[in-house]
Design a binder for this molecule. Structure first.
Ligand code: ADP
Ligand code: MG
Length: 552
């Protein structure tokens, strides 16, 4: 059967979505590839169709038992012989599936990495006629991704075991660094990369100050009485409180988190899909594998830990392509809570660093003075020339000025430093700061040393951040956070492109903190501690300014 026939016969669709056909052909031509498509973009078909076109069996690695079960169920009901192997099966069930694998009656076998590498199970798999290996949710293999799973690390063994079998890595969320890392970790550095656009023009993006959150949400939903939505919260307790608060206001809301038993979770999901519940108040546990196309709004009650998670979560709105809203509540307190969570976690220090850097990008999105869609797109290395015109920043634009000269100074300093300076170092170069690390690297001899004396440290930090957020410069998380030039940088350097930035204004932290509603879990002690911390920060900044040294 041809791929078109498979699509029609088993999935009932008449045509492929953009890139799907190319990806399927690449796999059938026995080449490794990577598929980057937003959630709901249609990644599964990219390996399910080749599985049906080629003789033999396709191996699908998937991280979550629930996800596997859903997909296998869906395939079976389409008439495709598929099965999954994981820790939930009995010995008898497992034997039956193994028999089906051997006699060639199965076309797709879903398997968890734990199962694959237990008791030399790979030895059994090796005896099968494997035609393709699909790694679903492949960002789990990278410590740079947002959902690293140690079991995924072992997957490197697959390419060694099956050097001639095409491998396809699929994910919804990967910036350039993560992408490279995934391919290296899987042993397919030369894989062809297919990226479908991450732009979701039907999603409206808005950030609100984190005050009176419940009241604001109530007003928001009151204008949308027949639309369903999701509210994401930080903790389980949080979801219960918010859901109860909303019910008291007459909204059909239910909480959902991993602490509920399986039956309750299934009931809540079911009621939501059937529109018996209007709003689900959930932790991040909700959403994976849920196929509800008419979600009209996604609200973040507090700040997500990184842009990938945020993007994935808002991506659950408007899958049918209709206009949908997203709201993010943001306050300085949220940042502190998130930072504490990272510090207290049991992650190795190195990964804490990554998490903090990712949180910083999330903060920049929330505080952005440029079009929020542009910030999101630049995060995924996708270039957009136009502002969306729809987000809160575009609707209420701040004053901009022609900052081409500043941008050129910063970019040429990056070039002179051979793209080996992180933001702090770069600002020291621009301002001609005489400090030890500058001398250690010999940066005081650069032609660009001191060309940016006219701006304060904070001003440079703000402008470079804005440049980063609008895609004028890149940052390499995997290389000491060095700033890197990209094609847009060169256009600016060659005077082919103007740069407009928003004039620096100190972020009024104190004001933002005074009228925010303090997150529930925080005690009085936390608040006092934060206030002291904040005073100390302002004091340090003042001293730094007076003595003309970088803030410490
Ligand atoms: P992802 O894994 O990228 O999040 P899925 O593979 O689960 O997305 O697909 C999301 C939805 O899109 C599914 O309901 C799927 O059947 C549908 N879909 C995929 N490809 C097509 C197509 N070519 N035409 C119509 N619908 C499609
Ligand atoms: Mg998927």
């Amino acid at each position: 059967m041809t791929k078109e026939e498979v699509l029609k016969k088993y999935f009932g669709y008449d045509s492929f979505r953009p890139l799907q056909a190319e990806i399927i052909e690449t796999i059938i031509a026995q080449k490794d590839c990577m598929v980057l498509m937003p959630t709901g973009g249609g990644k599964s078909i990219c390996f399910q169709v080749p599985a049906m076109v080629m003789p033999g069996i396709t191996l699908v690695i998937s991280p979550l038992i629930a996800l596997m079960q859903d997909q296998v169920q869906a395939l079976k009901s389409n008439g495709i012989p598929a099965a999954f192997l994981n820790s939930t099966l009995s010995t008898i069930e497992q034997r039956t599936i193994e028999e089906d694998c051997k006699n060639g009656s199965l076309k797709l076998l879903y398997i968890s990495p734990e199962k694959l590498f237990s008791n030399n199970y790979l030895g059994f798999i090796k005896t099968l006629n494997v035609n393709q290996i699909a790694i679903d949710e492949s960002h789990c293999v990278s410590t740079w991704g947002h959902d690293f799973r140690p079991e995924y690390i072992q997957l490197k063994a697959l390419k060694d075991t099956f050097p001639n079998v095409p491998m396809v890595a699929l994910t919804a969320t990967a910036d350039r660094v993560t992408r490279k890392d995934i391919l290296n970790q899987l042993g397919i550095p030369e894989a062809l990369i297919f990226i479908s656009s991450f732009d979701r023009p039907n999603l409206n993006l808005r950030v609100l100050p984190g005050r009176n959150r419940l009241k604001v949400i109530h007003e928001f939903i009151a204008k949308r009485t027949n639309q369903s939505g999701i509210i994401y919260c930080l903790s389980r307790k949080n979801t219960e409180d918010v859901a109860e608060g909303l019910r008291k206001l007459g909204i059909r809301a239910m909480h959902y988190h991993a602490g509920l038993d399986a039956q309750t979770r299934a009931e809540v999901q079911d009621a939501y899909i059937k529109d018996e519940i209007q709003v689900i108040v959930a932790t991040i546990a909700f959403g994976m594998g849920i196929d509800k196309s008419n979600v009209r709004f996604v609200i973040h009650y507090s700040l997500p830990s990184n842009v990938e998670s945020f993007y994935q979560e808002i991506g659950r709105a408007g899958r049918d392509g209709m206009k949908s809203d997203t709201l993010l509540f943001y306050s300085f307190g949220d940042i502190i809570t998130r930072k504490e969570m990272i510090q207290k976690s049991e992650l190795p220090d190195e990964m804490k660093e990554v998490q903090l850097a990712k949180l910083e990008r999330m903060k920049q999105y929330a505080e952005s003075e440029i079009c929020r869609r542009r910030v999101l797109m630049s995060y995924f290395n996708e270039e957009t020339n136009n502002d969306c015109g729809n987000c809160d920043v575009c609707q209420n634009p701040p004053q901009r000025f022609d900052a081409t000269i500043f941008a050129q100074k910063a970019l040429s300093a990056i070039a002179r430093a051979e793209q080996k300076a992180a933001m702090g170092m770069l600002i020291d170069i621009l301002r001609g700061s005489q400090n030890r690390s500058i001398y250690e690297k010999g940066f005081q001899n650069l032609k660009t040393f001191g060309v940016g004396k006219e701006l304060k440290y904070e001003e440079w930090a703000e402008y470079i951040t804005q440049m980063l957020n609008s895609g004028i410069v890149d940052i390499a998380y995997d290389e000491h956070h060095y700033l890197k030039l990209n094609p847009v940088s060169w256009q600016v350097l060659k005077n082919e492109r103007k740069v407009e930035l928003v004039r620096f204004e100190p972020y009024d932290v104190k004001k933002a903190r005074l009228d925010e509603d303090v997150p529930r879990e925080r005690t009085k002690k936390d608040v006092i501690k934060d206030a002291l911390f904040e005073k100390l920060r302002i004091l340090r900044k003042k001293i730094a300014e007076e003595q003309n040294i970088p803030p410490f």
